[in-house]
Ligand binder design. Structure first.
Ligand code: AHR
Length: 663
């Protein structure tokens, strides 16, 4: 049996006598010093971690509907992939060819394009299947755009070349070939020209195709063929899928960490995620393989990430490589870390400093001007910057991390650098990472843990004893991994219990984010995840509901409280939010309901209304199933509370009690 006590001794005098008339059903009494000034905690504690894993970006949050739009897929990402993956040539009466060329690209960063030739007049179609089909809604607008160049018209080698424009028809069709929408173009230019049209399908379809039809003899170069819903999140051009972005916004995250994870330090040095490659016109961004086995168009790039953060009131938390690649690079099982040559470190460090200028510099600065040119003259207000992710803490890592960290500290002391302490909550990398943090005075370190639900309950006191003079902690990746890696209520409640412990220690734990955030059905490489989705639906897990409840009940100060002889399967935090509301979070991990006596010392109102939000199910093994009602519903109700009252916590439940502040 343990006993949590957060009450400074001097505050004990404020305790009011409990209401002696209450029935003595409850075996446990939670005493909260409701009048104490409380311990201020991080205002940014609960956020999210977005990594491009499980098709989270292309085919996921990024609203682009065309797969391999710029013909840059390659076997480097997946052995069977080519530049024409997701595309096919469909002769429809004509005779033609589909090739890939690179002689006169749109941009050196976008070296390949398609060549569609019609040899014998008659329809020849270039078809894109989207990401598992293109989901369309009737009567909604879709923006089609592409770059095209007329290569020749008429016969190519028979002296019948003409200067006439070549017609091209763009159609949205069902898989069976029914027409949903159509636009006609005439390709007249011999140099790359952007063409666009709005297509409005006449019927809903979960899996349409884009069909580009040439019908006259000649050749066309085509690149960056794009189809976006007009309705993106906040109507941003090149924007995000509205329903998925809204699901993230509903969590009310205080920050978003991006773009990874292992994706950041990449599969070898050439695969580092380089932020500068992800800004500017999309057709000029440098795409590359994703170490999770697919492709990154980086259409969802740094500008879009920062814009999304701003749109939902979250702080951006980008992570850059620490000058070393993932230790698992090249499938080496932990021994494949590559270190950037020291001779290249100055240039690399400058890239990192440029990121800070791009985010925060005035629009007149070199990099601030690029941000302004993209449509955001005001600085983004970058505060946190991760350097490294779960790196193997080797001498090579240390040397490079130190160079980066010192340069940032010298030039930008306002930036909070977040160092890394390996992939686990203990062990060699963890200890070495912390040692480096101590020696270099790193302001914050990133701890990760994927553990069984029991581990979370057993470690509720993990941060109680952390030395407050050392680095602050960012719990950058955590999730309770239950049997078969299902997102059970048991796992969700273990995470909720853990979050109460993080709140109580929010003076040393500054940030926390569940991982991973998103996973597409049929492309899930890692389980569990917070939110599943397909092309038309979003499927939140019970862990999502926990994060949502915490995000919507964020607190500012922790109030002293005591629960004598607290059972190990009961967790709690007692706090006020920034408006002064009193918020109690209570997690009952037991399979039986638990009556609790709650004493609010210093609470002078004889009775007050309070709102309750309860997530519960007597069976901890339940998990949400796609398109079914939640396995554990969130019940909300208003109750009346007094300076001392009893409240029963349901079996396997998270209860959030909010008592509004009255001035
Ligand atoms: O969250 C999935 C992966 O887990 C991350 O990419 C990595 O940092 C960790 O190992």
């Amino acid at each position: 049996m343990s006993s949590f006590s957060y009450r400074p001794l001097c505050l004990a005098l404020l305790t009011l006598a409990p209401d002696a008339a209450l029935p003595a059903r409850a075996a446990f009494t939670l005493t909260v010093d409701a009048n104490a000034p409380g311990k201020p905690i991080s205002p940014d504690l609960v956020g999210v971690f977005f990594e491009d894993i499980n098709y989270s970006a292309d085919g996921g949050l990024y609203a682009e509907l065309i797969q391999n739009r710029s013909f840059e897929y390659s076997p480097l990402a997946r052995r069977e992939w080519t530049n024409l993956t997701a595309w096919e040539l469909a002769p429809r009466g004509g005779r033609g060819e589909l090739d890939v060329d690179g002689a006169f690209p749109l941009h050196p960063n976008n070296p390949h394009y398609a060549v569609l030739s019609v040899r014998e007049a008659g329809e020849v179609a270039l078809v894109n299947e989207g990401f598992d089909g293109i989901a369309l809604r009737a009567r909604e607008d879709y923006h089609l755009s592409f770059f095209a160049r007329r290569l020749y018209a008429g016969g190519r080698w028979d002296g019948q070349k003409s200067s006439a424009p070549l017609p091209l028809v763009a159609r949205l069709e069902t898989r069976e070939g029914a027409l949903l929408a159509e636009a006609t173009f005439a390709i007249a230019e011999d140099s790359w020209t952007k063409l666009s049209a709005v297509l409005t399908p006449n019927a809903d379809t979960p899996a349409a195709r884009l069909v580009l039809i040439a019908r006259e003899r000649g050749g066309l170069a085509l690149d960056d063929i794009s189809l976006f819903p007009a309705k993106t999140f906040r109507d941003r051009p090149n924007g995000l899928r509205a329903d998925l972005a809204q699901a993230i916004a509903d969590l009310r995250p205080r920050f978003i960490r991006f773009p990874g994870g292992c994706l950041v330090h990449g599969d070898g040095i050439p695969n580092f995620y380089r932020w500068q490659d992800t800004i500017g016109p999309v057709e000029q961004r440098r795409q590359q393989a994703n170490l999770w086995g697919y492709h990154q168009t980086v259409g969802l790039g740094y500008f879009e990430y920062f814009q999304f953060c701003e749109d939902i009131g979250a702080r951006p938390l980008p992570v850059v490589p620490a000058g070393v690649s993932c230790q698992n690079s090249g499938h080496t099982g932990g021994t494949g870390q590559q270190c950037l040559p020291l001779a290249e470190m100055d240039t690399y460090i400058q890239d990192v400093l440029d990121l800070i200028e791009w985010a925060n510099g005035p629009a007149t600065s070199t990099w601030g001007a690029k941000r302004a040119a993209a449509g955001h003259p005001a600085p983004f207000g970058l505060k946190y910057l991760g350097v490294g992710n779960e790196d193997h803490i080797t001498p090579g890592f240390r040397e490079r991390f130190e160079l980066i960290q010192r340069a940032i500290q010298a030039r930008h002391p306002e930036i909070v650098v977040i160092g890394t302490v390996g992939p686990a909550p203990d062990g060699e990398d963890f200890d070495r990472g912390w040692r480096i943090a101590d020696e270099l005075r790193v302001p914050m370190v990133d701890e990760h843990y994927y553990k069984a639900p029991g581990w979370f309950w057993d470690n509720l006191a993990r941060y109680d004893g952390y030395d407050r003079s050392r680095a602050k902690v960012y719990v950058g990746e955590y999730a309770a991994h239950d049997d078969k890696r299902r997102s059970t209520l048991r796992a969700a409640l273990a995470e909720a219990a853990h979050l109460t412990a993080l709140e109580r220690n929010g003076d040393v734990v500054s940030l926390a984010s569940y991982a991973p955030l998103l996973a597409k059905r049929g492309h899930t490489q890692w389980s569990p995840d917070l939110i599943y989705f397909d092309n038309t639906n979003v499927y939140p897990t019970l862990s999502y509901e926990v994060q949502r409840l915490f995000g919507n009940n964020a607190v500012a100060t922790i109030l002293p409280s005591t629960l004598r002889d607290a059972p190990t399967d009961l967790a709690f935090s007692t706090a006020r939010d920034s408006t002064g509301d009193l918020i109690l979070k209570l997690v009952n991990g037991a399979s039986a309901p638990r009556p609790l006596r709650i004493e609010l010392t210093g609470f002078t109102r004889t009775s007050a209304p309070a709102t309750l939000a309860v997530l519960a199910n007597p069976d901890a093994n339940v998990a949400n199933e796609d398109a079914r009602p939640p396995a554990a519903a969130i019940r909300t109700e208003t109750i009346s509370v007094s300076p001392a009252f009893e409240h029963e916590l349901p079996a396997h439940s998270l209860t959030i009690l909010r008592i509004p502040h009255t001035p």
